[in-house]
Design a protein around this ligand. Structure first.
Ligand code: FE2
Ligand code: FE2
Length: 291
């Protein structure tokens, strides 16, 4: 088997300034192949442009859960309340922003991919079971090994959690390449993975590329995403600035305290939520509230 260098990008989330920075870095790295692990769209204003860019570059892509969410809106398959509630304003906006070409492209994406230049690596969005199943630092070795047992390859590559991770297991390696467009590891840079093989073994390199988050936030204003995206756009803005999750913790908190998840409740939530706290600890504090 010849040597090969494969780049994997995940979770671009409609963030063109971050994608442009990664494309520039890839020109220097010169991989043999580039694969994309899904979530091209959602949680960001320029989904159609991201789809068009990836399509024009001819980089194969798997389907993320955010492709599924927005297709649900496009096909009007979502619950009636999602057309009214503030919580879904950003999704309505992003679904309406998708061009027919972008819709056609994301509708046809597969669940998994393998590189053509080197065998032994499988790419999915979440896990081999589901694009909503996240493999992160909290996932046990036992669970990761079970996923490796379920596939033919010994390198499993994924995204979805927005947290980069390399885990060596008894039966292979699991790599989460982190997020290009919306990292949650307190590092605002655009992140992706490079996989080098000499034909025998694999070496993984996680990369992080500087880009101007201010430029992205200007796109939020210029496109109307911030003005019309409701509470979701507001919380994603905080996620971009701080590279930590705000939206999912807010939605869980609001459900638990029985508050409508709209902008008016954000100050109360921010008093309760400490973005420096591990998410599992936050969820435990939430459970204690319920008890
Ligand atoms: Fe994502
Ligand atoms: Fe995802």
């Amino acid at each position: 088997m010849p040597s090969s260098k494969i780049a994997v990008l995940a979770d671009i989330h409609g963030n063109m300034p971050a994608l442009r920075a990664v494309i520039a870095d890839l020109e220097r790295q010169a991989p043999d192949e580039v694969l994309v692990a899904g979530d091209l769209v959602g949680r960001g204003p320029e989904g159609s442009l991201v789809v068009e860019t990836i399509r024009a570059l001819g980089w194969p892509c798997v389907r993320g859960n955010h492709e599924d969410y927005l297709l649900g809106f496009v096909r009007r398959e979502v619950p009636d309340s999602w057309w009214r509630e503030d919580e879904w304003a950003a999704s309505r906006w992003m679904a309406a922003e998708l061009t027919p070409t972008a819709v056609e492209y994301i509708s046809a994406l597969p669940d998994e991919l393998r590189p053509t230049t080197a065998p032994g690596l499988l790419l999915v969005h979440g896990s081999p079971c589901s694009n909503q199943d996240g493999l992160g630092p909290w996932t046990s070795d036992q669970q990761l090994s079970r996923h490796l047992d379920s596939i033919d390859e010994n390198v499993l590559v994924c995204g979805h959690t927005h947290r980069p991770m390399i885990r060596e297991l008894r039966n292979g390696r699991v790599v989460n390449v982190g997020a290009v467009g919306l990292p949650f590891n307190r590092d605002r840079r655009a992140q992706y993975g490079l996989f080098h093989t000499d034909g025998e073994s694999w070496r993984t390199e996680l990369r992080a590329v500087e880009y101007d988050t201010g430029e992205l936030l200007q796109v939020y204003e210029a496109t109307g995403f911030r003005a019309q995206g409701g509470v979701t756009a507001e919380l994603i803005r905080l996620e971009v600035e701080q590279a930590v999750p705000y939206l999912v913790p807010f939605l869980k908190w609001s459900r638990l305290v029985g508050a409508a998840p709209d902008l008016s409740r954000v100050p109360e939530f921010l008093e309760f939520y400490d973005p420096g706290e591990p998410l599992n600890d936050f969820f435990q504090r939430l459970s204690a509230l319920r008890a």
